[in-house]
Design a protein around this ligand. Sequence first.
Ligand code: PAF
Length: 297
Amino acid sequence: MHFIASLNDIRSLTRDLHRRGKIVTLVPTMGALHAGHLSLVRRAKADGGAVIVSIFVNPAQFGPSEDYARYPRNLDRDCEALAPFEPEAVFVPDASEIYPPGFETYVTPGKVAEEFEGSVRPGHFRGVATVVLKLLNLVTPDAAYFGQKDFQQTAVLRRMVADLDIGTRLVICPTVREPDGLALSSRNAYLDPDDRRAAVVLYRSLCCARELFHNGETNADTLVAAVREVVEAERRAEVVYATVVKPDALEPAARVTPGCVALVAARVGPARLIDNMILGPAGASDEELIQLALSSS
Ligand code: PAF
């Protein structure tokens, strides 16, 4: 496992891999790796080729009052967690190389980035799209892996890859959950035990929407009202947004059809948590639901 910090070194490594006819894949992360990230690495490994894992806490995707400074960082632990997967390289660039003095060119995503996370975190998706494009340019991977947990991020990146004719295939992998259903997130570390217990309400609210949908309810307002009601019943949680949207442009879905996605964000104690669920036939696997959402685009 190479440990690479310099942009020139990652370029020459991936150029060499391509020259040798290898498939190259990328798992972009901000570190603080948990089982969700490791599931992306496992999937990339299973798909074959040389896996590059990037670890970069991207300042451009944090607002001025957000948690950039205190975002959890533990490179030694991350490398230990990655070692059993034997990635080809861990790429840990420095912010001064990614954003050198004079840097002023950004990717501005369109409508898909405006609402939900985009309106709560102005500039966030501009930062995400910019750094992901830079990573794709540096690594030139055949495929890059992202978690369904950040559903809007996957929609923004799918749009960018299509609009800018980027040759990398994006692979979306199912959300990994704690046994009680809470979606894994590096920000769960901010929760105290009581908030942690309360945080499962996001998953429970989505399960409620799913159950209504399985029972034939296709009115989005009814599903959204149910999500809100479940979250609001938990006094430690406060809804930031709840919606059911079409999976590509994230436009409102008046009538909910298979492949539509329920999105919820709530503040629980000091953390703002997000989760989502793709609605589809009862019994469909997470993978099948992702394929359904991607093909309903
Ligand atoms: O999902 C994340 O961890 C980040 O947004 C990403 C894609 C690594 C870009 O910084």
